[in-house]
Design a binder for this molecule. Structure first.
Ligand code: NDP
Ligand code: GDR
Length: 371
């Protein structure tokens, strides 16, 4: 039985990857941070109690900023594969916490690689680094591929640049099987609520149910290549199953604006949006409503507005990936379309909003843990 160690197991990707590896018969070990509240909502369904027989999913307390803790876990687990998915992953927040982001997202990767080396596991343990399309930042070529030069535009991206290169360096210097997946944005119903896609689907579902009046967004013109997280974790695993380690771009090769995402998500709820104004005065107004999914909105209601607090000091305006190498070498194709992904996210958030509304109508207007 192969053993995998996942950092960031409580996150969006970590939860899907843990499911995938368990299905494949792995013994899966995840690192979770100590928190004052439960933070395992995305993996509770696969958690087994310590008393369970044939247990093959284990959690360890740890933090990417803590070298001795990472080394101890690595020694205990002796993993065949390490997936470094843990990170302070919010680009906007990295401007507020640049040093922490550098430590966790940059040095964290080094700490894991060093732990592998220190324990003499270089020939046994394969290492996957969660690299990102944010490395391209101010894009130098479109579409972006493995050979496109990097130009990071945030403390997050700069930290990830270090992690990218230290992974390449350990591969070249010590012959380790270490590789980077340069993943473009990927989403799902498990996406954190402050990333733009989930923020949109969650807020529109709440607005449709009359639970919130408006959604405030930043740059509506940002263009992204959005895929589904389930498709992308498949690739993370595949990259560690090759004869030789290589870096791959994972993307869909299709690009949409934030504004388009809002329109498609709203349409899923039977709401047509008309855009009025421009720049910081732009707003999305209800132009038509059909069906019974949006009893809480009225024609002419402004449901989307721009709030400059969500603009970033330096923005990544456009990202579009070329997944050609992954297609040719790994036979990979994304299976879930953009439209199907948006629909899944909207319906999931609508279901939660309806339950929230039901509780509210019975006097339970509390932030009950429905999310
Ligand atoms: P999430 O933000 O959903 O998950 C991040 C995970 O990292 C969480 O489990 C979080 O723990 C954990 N974490 C945060 N800080 C630390 C720390 N100091 N020590 C240990 N663990 C920590 O991210 P995603 O699942 O979306 O992304 C996974 C990885 O892929 C990240 O590295 C991200 O930067 C990268 N990436 C993501 C893309 C995307 O579009 N989703 C695209 C390209 C790269 P907790 O639950 O306690 O907060
Ligand atoms: P990103 O994702 O920065 O690409 O990083 P995010 O969803 O945060 O932003 C995408 C684009 O939308 C614009 N935007 C807003 N973003 C947020 N979060 N909130 C808003 O209100 C808003 N309004 C407009 C942003 O300016 C941006 O242009 C994600 C993360 O998962 C990273 O960890 C990962 O590396 C990259 O994707 C690839």
């Amino acid at each position: 039985m192969k053993k995998a160690l996942i950092t960031g197991v409580t996150g969006q990707d970590g939860s899907y990857l843990a499911e995938l590896l368990l299905e494949k018969g792995y013994e899966v070990h995840g690192i979770k941070r100590r928190a004052s509240l439960f933070n395992t909502g995305r993996i509770d369904h696969i958690y087994q109690s310590p008393q369970a027989d044939n247990k093959n999913f284990f959690l360890h307390y740890g933090d990417l900023s803590d070298t001795s803790n990472l080394t101890r876990i690595m020694q205990e687990v002796q993993p065949d594969e390490v997936y470094n998915l843990g990170a302070m992953s919010h680009v906007a927040v990295s401007f507020e916490s640049p040093e922490y982001t550098a430590d966790v997202d940059g040095m964290g990767a080094l700490r894991l690689l060093e732990a592998i080396r220190f324990l003499g596991l270089e020939q046994k343990t394969r290492f996957y680094q969660a690299s990102t399309s944010e490395l391209y930042g101010l894009v130098q070529e479109t579409p972006q591929r493995e050979s496109t030069p990097f130009y990071p535009r945030s403390p997050y991206a700069v930290a990830k640049l270090y992690a990218y290169w230290i992974t390449v360096n350990y591969r070249e210097a010590y012959g380790m099987y270490a590789c980077n997946g340069i993943l473009f944005n990927h989403e799902s119903p498990r996406r954190g609520e402050t990333f733009v896609t989930r923020k949109i689907t969650r807020a529109l579902a709440h607005i449709a149910q009359g639970l919130e009046p408006q959604l405030f967004l930043g740059n509506l013109d940002a263009l992204r290549d959005w895929g589904h997280a389930k498709d992308y974790v498949q690739m993370q695993w595949l990259m560690l199953q090759q004869d030789a380690p290589e870096d791959f771009v994972i993307a869909t090769g299709r690009q949409y604006s934030v504004r388009h995402f809002v329109e498609v998500a709203a349409r899923e709820l039977g709401i047509e949006i008309g855009w009025q104004g421009s720049g910081v005065d732009e707003r999305g107004v209800v132009a038509a409503v059909s069906g019974d999914q949006a009893p809480g909105v009225a024609l002419g209601q402004t449901i989307v507005a721009v709030d400059p607090q969500y603009f970033r000091p330096t923005e990544v305006e456009t990202l579009l990936g070329d997944p050609g190498k992954a297609r040719r070498r790994l036979g990979w194709e994304p299976r879930i379309s953009f439209e199907a992904m948006v629909q899944e996210m909207v319906l999931c958030d609508l279901d939660k909003a309806r339950r929230h509304k039901l509780l509210k109508s019975h006097g339970y207007d509390i932030a009950i843990s429905l999310e």
